[in-house]
Design a protein around this ligand. Structure first.
Ligand SMILES: Nc1ncnc2c1ncn2[C@@H]1O[C@H](COP(=O)(O)OP(=O)(O)OP(=O)(O)O)[C@@H](O)[C@H]1O
Ligand SMILES: [Mg+2]
Length: 387
């Protein structure tokens, strides 16, 4: 049990405690001054604020905010003078949490205003701190203005490239359409006229002499003109199947799948939940071209014996699935920038706001999934998933 102290002993103990307290306070002050000095001289971007006012700032911070000396910055109101209006609420919330939980927050991108009014992009991390014995917040910042500028430039360059690619695709499709029509209408009609003229000539010659020597030769020329006409029709269809414009995407895909089966000998099954889809011309064309490239790849690379195609209408999007039972795509081929076929499939689908992915189906062939939004809801969900 502690013995009871008399008054003198009590006064002596209190004085001893006071002495210790004042010694500790002196040491604390010395350490604080030393740290203050170090912080002020640091070229890192650090500042301390207390009750909303800046109380300490490093050399790096003065430079960043364009202050000539400490005096220009100390005493400034953090939220109203330094933080950009768009970020005031979030900064206040984060700082309140740091005070409350006494725990640092993670780095967050925000904007600050320099003393001359210029705007800076920074990454900041507030940590709990004690200044003059009272709670404060020390902020570490990184200048990311250049990084942000580069990001913006890259984005703009990407958009420029994308617009250019879209424009070229459009010209290409128009040109294909024009040549296809010219072959079909102009050359095709001329060949029919040639054939009719040849048939008339043959008839006239036959009327003069049934056994004339030109009969066989004219028949051969007629046969040749027929096969040229058929070839021209094929080329014209390959360039742009008229069925795509007249009967729509599903009919065009059906036609393409039948042609593919004939050419490749690979069995195809096509399941579709609707006979007709209401799609804009550029959307139909894009999906059709992607289908053609997918089938080309199956023919060239897959060694498949069967292809399953599913076209399904969901509430907010359309699904196109192309699945083969071949050797399966190698993972390293999927994102290779030199794989132009796959790259252009992706780019084309993205250009109509769709979603494209190609996967190796667990060593059982390759699957391509294409989703085309038919309502805003789908886009919102996709954005959420990507965040
Ligand atoms: N269905 C598939 N099965 C197996 N491998 C595939 C399949 N599709 C693509 N690949 C692989 O992915 C690679 C890239 O395909 P991509 O279409 O980009 O280029 P490519 O067909 O080789 O050339 P291009 O399309 O430019 O004529 C192919 O070389 C092939 O190795
Ligand atoms: Mg290819």
């Amino acid at each position: 049990m502690n013995k009871l102290l008399n008054t003198d002993e009590l006064i002596y103990e209190i004085e001893k405690l006071n002495l210790n307290l004042s010694k500790t306070q002196k040491i604390l002050k010395k350490t604080e001054d030393k740290y203050k000095n170090l912080l002020e001289r640091s070229s890192d971007i650090i500042f301390v604020h207390q009750n909303g006012k800046i109380v300490l700032a490093s050399k790096g911070c003065l430079k960043l905010l364009g202050a000539k000396n400490q005096k220009e910055l100390i005493g400034k109101d953090l939220l109203n003078d330094i933080v950009h209006p768009d970020y005031r609420d979030v900064v206040k919330k984060r700082d309140d949490n740091v005070y409350k939980n006494k725990k640092e927050a993670s780095f967050l991108e925000e904007k600050l205003i320099k003393l001359n009014g210029d705007i800076l992009d920074v990454d900041v991390c507030p940590v709990p701190y004690t200044y003059k014995g009272k709670p404060a917040i020390k902020v570490y910042a990184r200048d990311i203005t250049k990084k942000k500028k580069n990001e913006l430039e890259n984005k703009l360059n990407y958009l420029k490239m994308k617009n250019l690619t879209d424009y070229f695709q459009m010209i290409l499709e128009d040109e294909r359409s024009r040549i296809s029509q010219e072959i079909h209408d102009d050359l095709g009609q001329t060949l029919i006229m040639l054939k009719l003229n040849l048939q008339n000539l043959q008839n006239e010659l036959n009327q003069i002499d049934k056994n004339n020597i030109f009969n066989d030769k004219i028949s051969k020329i007629i046969f040749l003109s027929d096969s040229i006409n058929q070839k021209l029709k094929d080329i014209s269809y390959q360039l742009r199947p008229p069925i795509l414009d007249h009967l729509g995407l599903i009919s065009a895909i059906k036609w393409q799948v039948e042609e593919f089966e004939k050419l490749s000998g690979i069995k195809c099954s096509l399941k579709t939940s609707s006979a007709k889809l209401k799609l804009k011309k550029d959307v139909s064309t894009t999906i059709f071209r992607v289908f053609q490239e997918a089938l080309n790849n199956i023919y060239k690379h897959s060694k498949a014996t069967k292809v399953n195609i599913i076209i399904k209408k969901y509430e907010n999007y359309l699904l196109f699935k192309i699945k083969d039972n071949g050797v399966g795509i190698k993972i390293d081929k999927i994102n290779k920038l030199t794989s132009l076929g796959i790259l252009s499939m992706k780019e084309r689908i993205v250009s109509i706001n769709g979603y494209f992915n190609i996967i190796n189906n667990k060593n059982n062939g390759t699957v391509i999934n294409i989703k085309i939004p038919t309502s805003e809801k789908y886009n919102k969900n996709i954005k959420k998933k990507r965040m």
